[in-house]
Design a protein around this ligand. Structure first.
Ligand SMILES: NC(=O)c1ccc[n+]([C@@H]2O[C@H](COP(=O)([O-])OP(=O)(O)OC[C@H]3O[C@@H](n4cnc5c(N)ncnc54)[C@H](O)[C@@H]3O)[C@@H](O)[C@H]2O)c1
Ligand SMILES: O=C(O)[C@H]1O[C@H](OP(=O)(O)OP(=O)(O)OC[C@H]2O[C@@H](n3ccc(=O)[nH]c3=O)[C@H](O)[C@@H]2O)[C@H](O)[C@@H](O)[C@H]1O
Length: 396
């Protein structure tokens, strides 16, 4: 994982934009450097939909785990899709580049840029009349927030506000669906978590920025008439996943014979997650886009009541982390070296469990993949992917 950049304290740095995870691209390029007709040709071709009934969607975080899957699913069914990602170095940059290649093969172009680059966003909305924005770009990960807190402010707060500012003044205004998180339930002990439950006890800065995002979204809905749907994802896993997440690095470490740390509660109880398979989450995202009503503002002014929704997208079948490891051992045919430790106060919560009846009722959301089935698909992908990567390295 990339070293955090947040420790610089010189006066020059204090004036600079909030600290970011180092990025492969320069987020402050001048508009001219986005490239002339070639850039525009890629953008318009990627955003072209196959039929008039389709949508034209800007997917932020398209080189990310969920963003890649959602972009692919939209393109497959004929919608116009344009990606935006800053390709930051929070985890393996080659993985993001390889996801980008997969998307490119399927006709999805990713513009390399930062959410905070207002002129870039304006330029994109000038070139393409987006009907929808699927906003997935964010600084993810609950524990990394203790190492690089500013990166969460940069992407999850400043970046979100910047995006909403541009959306509010776009003509037509797009409908927005964006990723919140199960982490907003924080220290709640009433399960399963329902959208009506309190969300005022976050256990990590990550969770606090997602909660803040929900409030910010409400403001833009209230003042400017933006149609906004927030989706609270619950620990999403699967092929092309995130190497900073436990199921992914447990797989790598078990195969390497390295010790893995498994957290337990202070009274030796198990820590559990409502692990949700990526294909189920993608279906929920598409259903949210399909049922999103149009925004009601124009010229930066609200012209009528606008839709505002929040849904849990979980699996509603929590599994203890120790059981996740049992399944991985079985699939990998390797015994894990386990070190059981009390859960540190590092942003983690003891358990998550989604009540999904609202998403079921309004989105027709019904997850169908149990953890063992989903992990089997992940492990299959993992072996294939790293075999290919190893071949590439050996060929050098
Ligand atoms: N995967 C999960 O378990 C999970 C659970 C709950 C919520 N979420 C949320 O879902 C969304 C997608 O998560 P993911 O797992 O795909 O994460 P990810 O890190 O794989 O994807 C996020 C992408 O956003 C990009 N990005 C970050 N900051 C940016 C910026 N300022 N400008 C442009 N691009 C930027 C990153 O480069 C990355 O490719 C995130 O909002 C995350 O917080 C994920
Ligand atoms: O749904 C979300 O809102 C969040 O989902 C995800 O967070 P988490 O549920 O915390 O997933 P993840 O890190 O894989 O840890 C899984 C389990 O392994 C335990 N865990 C973890 C590390 C370790 O070394 N040992 C361990 O036992 C740990 O205690 C936990 O019980 C996303 O990363 C995050 O972006 C956020 O959006």
């Amino acid at each position: 994982m990339a070293a955090p950049t947040g420790s610089a304290t010189s006066l020059a740095r204090l004036d600079a934009a909030p600290t970011q995870v180092p990025s492969a691209s320069n987020p402050r390029r001048s508009l001219g450097s986005y490239g002339g007709s070639d850039w525009e040709r890629h953008v318009t071709r990627s955003a072209r939909r196959r039929s008039d009934s389709g949508m034209t969607v800007l997917v932020t975080g398209a080189a990310g785990f969920v963003g890649t899957h959602v972009s692919m699913a939209l393109k497959r069914r004929g919608d116009g899709v344009l990606g935006l990602d800053n390709f930051n170095l929070y985890y393996e940059p080659t993985l993001k580049r390889n996801r980008q290649k997969e998307l490119q093969k399927n006709g999805v172009f990713i513009v390399e840029g930062d959410l905070n680059d207002k002129s870039l966003l304006h330029k994109l909305f000038d070139v393409v009349a987006f009907t929808h924005v699927m906003h997935l770009a964010a600084q993810a990960g609950v524990r990394y927030a203790m190492q690089n807190p500013s990166s969460y402010i940069h992407s999850n707060i400043a970046g979100l506000v910047n995006l909403l500012e541009v959306c509010k003044s776009a003509n037509p205004q797009p409908s927005i669906v964006w990723a919140s998180s199960s982490s907003v339930y924080g220290l709640n002990s009433k399960v399963p978590f329902s959208e009506k439950d309190r969300t005022d006890q976050p256990a990590s800065l990550y969770a606090a920025t997602k909660k803040a995002g929900e409030e910010i979204a409400h403001t833009y809905n209230h003042i400017y008439g933006l149609s906004i749907t927030g989706l609270r994802f619950f620990t999403v896993y699967g092929p092309w996943g995130r190497p900073d997440m436990a199921y992914f690095f447990f797989t790598r470490d078990i195969l390497k014979g390295k010790v893995i740390k498994i957290y337990e509660t202070a009274d030796h109880g198990s820590v559990a997650r409502d692990f949700t398979y990526i294909d189920d989450v993608v279906k929920g995202c598409l259903a949210a886009l399909d049922t999103a009503k149009k925004s009601t503002g124009s010229g930066g002014k609200k012209k009528g009541p606008a839709q505002f929704r929040i849904f849990n997208l979980g699996n509603t079948a929590p599994v203890p982390v120790s059981e996740l490891v049992n399944i991985l051992e079985k699939l990998l045919k390797v015994k894990a070296k386990r070190l059981v430790l009390p859960m540190p106060r590092n942003g983690d919560v003891k358990f998550t469990h989604a009540n999904i009846s609202l998403a079921h009722r309004e989105l027709g959301y019904r997850p169908t993949t149990d953890l063992e089935t989903g992990l089997k698909k992940f492990v299959k992908w993992y072996f294939k992917y790293y075999k290919e990567e190893k071949k590439k390295i050996n060929a050098w």
